[in-house]
Design a protein. Structure first.
Length: 122
C-alpha cells in the first residue's frame, strides 16, 4: 500500500486539500498552487492598534504537507507565502521550525529535503 501525503492550501477563508502518493508529487503541487497565488498578491502595510505590519511580515497563504503517521509521529511541514511574494519553509505542526536553506536552494527544495529526512528517521 502506498503512503499517503496530504497537501492543504489555505488562502484566506478558502481551503483546498489533495492527496498524493509521494512527497515529491505533493511538493510540486504545492509549488504550482503558491506560484499561482503569488502572481495576484498586492499586500499593503497594515496597522493593528499601534503595531505596523509590512507585507514581508504578513502570511497571505499557507500550504502544509502531512505525511504518513499519526498526529505525533507523522511528517509535517509547509511553506508560508508572504505579502511581498517571498516564501518561507518550515517543519513541524505545533512547534514550527524554519528550514535553513542551503545556497541556491528554493523553499520548496528545502522543504523536500527536510521532509525526506523526517520520513527516513521515522
Amino acid at each position: 500500500m502506498a503512503k499517503r501525503w496530504t497537501l492543504t492550501v489555505r488562502n484566506g477563508s478558502q481551503v483546498k486539500r489533495a492527496r498524493f502518493d509521494s512527497p515529491d508529487a505533493s511538493i510540486e503541487a504545492m509549488k504550482r498552487e503558491l506560484t499561482a497565488l503569488a502572481d495576484g498578491l498586492g499586500a499593503e502595510t497594515i496597522r493593528i492598534f499601534k503595531r505596523q505590519f509590512d507585507p514581508s511580515r504578513q502570511v497571505m497563504a499557507r500550504a502544509e504537507i502531512s505525511g504518513p503517521g499519526s498526529l505525533w509521529s507523522g511528517c509535517y511541514g509547509g511553506v508560508d507565502l508572504r505579502g511581498d511574494g517571498s516564501a518561507e519553509a518550515y517543519t513541524g505542526r505545533v512547534r514550527r521550525s524554519l528550514v535553513k536553506l542551503e545556497p541556491g536552494e528554493s523553499p520548496y527544495d528545502g522543504l523536500r529535503r527536510a521532509l525526506l529526512r523526517q520520513s527516513a528517521s521515522r
